[in-house]
Design a binder for this molecule. Structure first.
Ligand SMILES: Nc1ncnc2c1ncn2[C@@H]1O[C@H](COP(=O)(O)OP(=O)(O)OP(=O)(O)O)[C@@H](O)[C@H]1O
Length: 272
């Protein structure tokens, strides 16, 4: 686990390649500029936090990265490939997965079935293979189940694989959402406020899980309101305010940044 508060670690992170690049992205909703010439990158293997006060543009930025919105100008590149005109399912196939602020599970399916739905999005088995239950289909299905079980193990809910998703606690439903997103085989996992509604003990467990996910080889983007969680788990942080990037750096740098403090305290930077 890298200690990202040291300069040496910051240098190490700098040396890794950019997995996703947000390049001068502007997005307008009618007269409102939700993102204003925003640029930053997510580096392979890091946990990047995207923070900012309410309405700063975090979700919009997330939606641009995952193909929900197209930027008015600028470009997003993933592994060097421009995403700007790509359909959402193609973006998933390229290797970007996300969870949602409001949990979106199939509540009447079992826990493992929810993960298998995610895996299906990535499956190479065709319609006829599935219909005729060909050996190729059965082999693939077996592999998908084993993989789904591994993911449930990773997020800590394997013992409950046969339960209905609706029977899980709120915290475990969020864990299941993460496992389902990981089942699409992403390189980049985007978590949209995963700690919403969590108590402090659940937040500590979530931090452990996020680190575990990164240590398993994923790059993680985290939008989160809880500062303690963001500061405790990320390698770097990008801060938005009124659609503009106002700061970028390690948690220690962000904590001491006057523009960030002013944005969060709601005071005028010049007056502070
Ligand atoms: N679909 C939309 N149509 C019009 N305006 C929108 C739309 N989505 C977001 N906005 C506006 O864009 C700005 C940025 O919103 P966004 O939801 O990205 O902020 P946020 O940082 O995620 O906020 P929060 O922390 O409250 O979730 C806000 O002023 C919001 O009202």
């Amino acid at each position: 686990m890298p200690d990202t508060t040291t300069d040496a670690t910051a240098d190490t992170v700098t040396a890794t390649k950019a997995l996703l690049e947000v390049d001068h992205v502007t997005l307008k909703f009618g007269g409102l500029t939700a993102l204003d010439d925003v640029s930053f990158e997510i580096r392979e293997g890091e946990i990047l936090g995207l923070i900012g006060p309410n309405g700063a543009g975090k979700t919009t930025c997330f939606n641009v990265m995952t193909g929900v919105y197209r930027p008015t100008s600028g470009q997003v590149r993933f592994d060097g490939t421009p995403l700007t005109k790509m359909k959402r399912y193609k973006i998933t196939k390229l290797g970007i997965a996300r969870t949602f602020q409001n949990i979106r599970l199939f509540k009447s399916m079992t826990v493992i079935e929810n993960v298998l739905v995610g895996a299906d999005a990535h499956s190479k088995v065709g319609f006829w293979d599935a219909l005729l239950r060909t050996p190729r289909y059965r082999r693939t299905e077996g592999e998908a189940r084993a993989r789904a079980a591994e993911l449930l193990e990773l997020v800590g809910i394997k013992a409950r694989h046969d339960e209905l998703a609706s029977n899980l606690s709120y915290g475990d439903q969020r864990r299941l959402e993460i496992a389902r997103a990981m089942a699409t085989g992403p390189k980049l996992l985007c978590l949209d406020e995963p700690a919403a509604g969590f108590n402090p003990a659940e937040k500590v467990k979530l931090m452990e899980l996020i680190r575990k996910v990164r240590d398993a080889g994923y790059t993680v983007l985290l939008i989160e309101h809880d500062m303690r969680l963001v500061m405790g788990v990320t390698d770097r942080i990008v801060v938005l305010e009124f659609g503009q990037k106002i700061a970028e750096g390690t948690p220690a740098e962000i904590r001491d940044n006057p523009a960030v403090i002013a944005a969060y305290l709601g005071v005028d930077e010049d007056a502070s």
